[in-house]
Design a protein around this ligand. Structure first.
Ligand code: SF4
Ligand code: SF4
Length: 193
C-alpha cells in the first residue's frame, strides 16, 4: 500500500524534467538559515543533507541577479500562503550544479533531490517540466477530497434515519476516519475545495 508520499513518488515521471537546473540554482527553505545551522550541529538528517549541498547567497538581491524569476516566484507563493518573512529568508545554490545545468553529484544525491518536487504543492520554477503534471496531481487530490466531503454529507443524512446506538457508533467512526483524511490536506486549503 505505502504512504501517500511513496505512492506519489512512484508515479512521478522523471522524464518530465527538462534539466534546466533552476531548482538547484536558486532555492529557499521555510526554516531560517540560523535554525538550519543549529539543526545541522545537532545532526538533524534533513539539515545535514541540505547544508552539505547548498551554499547561501549573500542576499536576496544576489540570488535575484542569478534568477530573478525564480526568486520572485518563490516569494510570491510564500506570501500567498502567509509564510514569507524577508528577514528570515535565505536563498541558496547547490555547489554540485554544473555550468551545463547537470548534477555533478547525481549518483550520490540525497533524498531531498531524488524526491523533488516532493508533493503536488511543491513550488517549482516557472517553466519546470513538472508544472502541468503537478497541476493535474493537485486536481486529482482535490477531487478525492470533494468526494470525501460528499460521503460525509451522506453519512450525516444516514444518521437521521436511525436511532440504533451501534449503527450510530459505527457511522461516527467512519466519519472520523474520513475527516482525518480530509484534514491531511488542510495545509493546502482543503477547507475551501
Ligand atoms: S526546475 Fe523542473 S525541469 Fe528544471 S531541473 Fe528542476 S525539476 Fe527539472
Ligand atoms: S546535488 Fe545535484 S540534484 Fe541535488 S541540488 Fe545539487 S545539483 Fe541539484
Amino acid at each position: 500500500m505505502g504512504s501517500y508520499e511513496e505512492n506519489y513518488l512512484a508515479k512521478r515521471p522523471q522524464s518530465l524534467c527538462n534539466k534546466c537546473g533552476r531548482c538547484c540554482r536558486v532555492v529557499t527553505t521555510t526554516t531560517p538559515y540560523e535554525k538550519l545551522k543549529e539543526m545541522y550541529k545537532n545532526g538533524d538528517k534533513k539539515a545535514v543533507d541540505f547544508l552539505s549541498l547548498f551554499e547561501p547567497y549573500e542576499s536576496i538581491e544576489a540570488a535575484r541577479k542569478v534568477d530573478s524569476e525564480v526568486v520572485d516566484n518563490i516569494i510570491a507563493r510564500l506570501s500567498e500562503d502567509g509564510n514569507y518573512k524577508e528577514e528570515e529568508t535565505t536563498f541558496y545554490y547547490c555547489k554540485y550544479l554544473r555550468d551545463d545545468n547537470l548534477c555533478s553529484n547525481y549518483d550520490n544525491r540525497p533524498a531531498l533531490c531524488i524526491h523533488c518536487p516532493c508533493t503536488p504543492w511543491s513550488i517549482v520554477p516557472p517553466g519546470c517540466g513538472f508544472e502541468g503534471w503537478l497541476f493535474w496531481k493537485r486536481e486529482e487530490e482535490k477531487q478525492k477530497v470533494r468526494k470525501a466531503k460528499e460521503d460525509l454529507l451522506e453519512l450525516k443524512l444516514l444518521k437521521t434515519k436511525t436511532k440504533d446506538p451501534n449503527i450510530l457508533n459505527k457511522i461516527n467512526i467512519v466519519e472520523q476516519k474520513i475527516q482525518r483524511n480530509i484534514d491531511l490536506f488542510k495545509k493546502y486549503g482543503s477547507e475551501n475545495w
